[in-house]
Design a protein around this ligand. Structure first.
Ligand SMILES: *Cc1c(COP(=O)(O)O)cnc(C)c1O
Length: 406
């Protein structure tokens, strides 16, 4: 049964000399991955609920024989998504956790031990900074932060005990694209592991493993789930790091529930379409915002002025739907008037669903390696699947309230 779940992507069959040499497009792979005859012809792997897995004989139990032996160690639902993601990401294996943060924690604990040092990008997702400065420091792991585009200073940041470099591109809230292959090459020359938060791109828009990343992590909560109705973490590793990632995941037991995994596999089918469509709408709105009075800068990797745009052009296959805008300085009340009155843009955390969102981000912006130089209020926008003209109208009305017009 598991062999059926792990059906090789036709591209692999082609490499093995099979007659059909045409590599299937990503959308075809997403549509057909993780299907199995074991499910009686039903199209999708069902939700397997269960803790106990019964063994036929004492001998089987003692030797842990069988594809599945205990609920925490996986079931056909989780195996289906893990296998499909591993293929999509070009990895050796994938773990699933109950949240993005849990996957990041598991990944970091798989490479660090007491006495080690980690280099973490300054633009890291806030809760990861809390994990590093709180839990990891408490367990004897030293962490220091480097700017997203560190230049020649990057080599100097390494210590004798630096075991890993943690990247996030684009940076959280401020959207700097990093030179992932360049930084990875330097890290590897020093024997350090390269981890990256690839949530913004997913493997659809950025081939993290092919670009030098050893462990790539995603909040499946965002685009993979795609409907704001689940939390999930996904971490994939290359063959060098897969054994320790899998071991750490097993030791910690921080798994994902089968229902969320089932929903995420639904999201997987339409991931390419949704991320590209949301990205297309976001880019249109980013261009439109750039020319508006009251907007100081638009931080969107596909715009030339955005930091790291050259790396984006070189390494990425597109842009997703999340970006930020710096406004001219305004009073807090004016900003609240603008945001409180929005009809379509919801105000709240997370992103990657159908609906557009806005959050003011200044209070969340922590930078310790290099101060954030801008003074105007900054908004993070996520563009969903609503009609673009409707979204522009909602923002236009918001700008009118910001300028004090009735
Ligand atoms: C949301 C998010 C996370 C954390 O995911 P959770 O599922 O909320 O724990 C990590 N990284 C990035 C970039 C995110 O946007």
């Amino acid at each position: 049964m598991l062999n059926a779940l792990a059906t090789p992507r036709p591209a692999q069959a082609a490499e093995a000399g099979a007659p059909d040499a045409r590599r299937p497009a990503t959308q075809t792979f997403l549509t057909h991955a993780a299907r199995s005859k074991a499910f009686h012809g039903f199209v999708n792997p069902p939700i397997y609920r269960g803790s106990t897995v019964l063994f036929d004989t004492m001998d089987d139990l003692v030797h842990g024989r069988g594809e599945f032996t205990y609920g925490r160690k996986g079931n056909p639902s989780t195996r289906a998504l893990e296998g499909a993601w591993t293929e999509l990401a070009g990895a050796a294996g994938t773990i699933l956790c109950g949240s993005g943060l849990a996957a990041i924690t598991t990944a970091l604990l798989s490479v660090a031990r007491a006495g080690d040092h980690l280099l973490v990008v300054d633009t890291v997702y806030g809760p990861v900074r809390a994990l590093c400065d709180g839990l990891l420091e408490r367990f004897g792991v030293a962490v220091s932060y480097f700017p997203p585009d560190p230049g020649a200073d990057f080599e100097q940041a390494f210590r004798d005990n630096t075991v890993a470099v943690y990247l996030e591109s684009p940076g959280s809230l401020t959207m700097e694209i990093q030179d992932v292959p360049g930084l990875a090459a330097i890290a590897h020359a020093r024997g350090a592991c390269v981890l990256m938060d690839n949530t913004w791109s997913t493997p659809i828009l950025f081939d993290a493993h092919a670009t030098g990343v050893d462990i790539s992590i995603e909040a499946g909560t965002k685009y993979l789930g795609g409907a704001s109705d689940l939390l999930l973490g996904v971490a994939s590793a290359n063959s060098a790091y897969w054994p320790r990632l899998q071991d750490t995941h097993r030791m910690m037991g921080c798994i994902a529930g089968p229902e969320d995994v089932f929903l995420a596999l639904r999201g997987f089918r339409t991931l390419d379409l949704r991320i590209r469509e949301s990205g297309k709408r976001a880019l249109e709105i980013a261009h439109w915002l750039r020319s508006r009075p009251g907007v100081r800068a638009v931080l969107h990797p596909a715009l030339e002025q955005s930091p790291g745009h050259g790396y984006w052009k070189r390494d990425y296959h597109g842009a997703s739907g999340l970006f930020s805008v710096i406004l001219d300085p305004v009073s807090r009340q004016s900003l609240a008037r603008m945001l409180d009155g929005l009809r379509l843009f919801g105000m709240g955390y997370s992103w990657g669903g159908f609906e557009s969102l806005v959050t003011p981000i200044d209070h969340d912006l922590v930078r310790t390696a290099k101060p954030w130089p801008h003074t105007g209020p900054t908004l993070r926008l996520y563009i969903g699947l609503e009609d673009v003209d409707d979204l522009k109208q909602d923002l236009s009305d918001g700008f009118a309230r910001l300028a004090g017009k009735p």
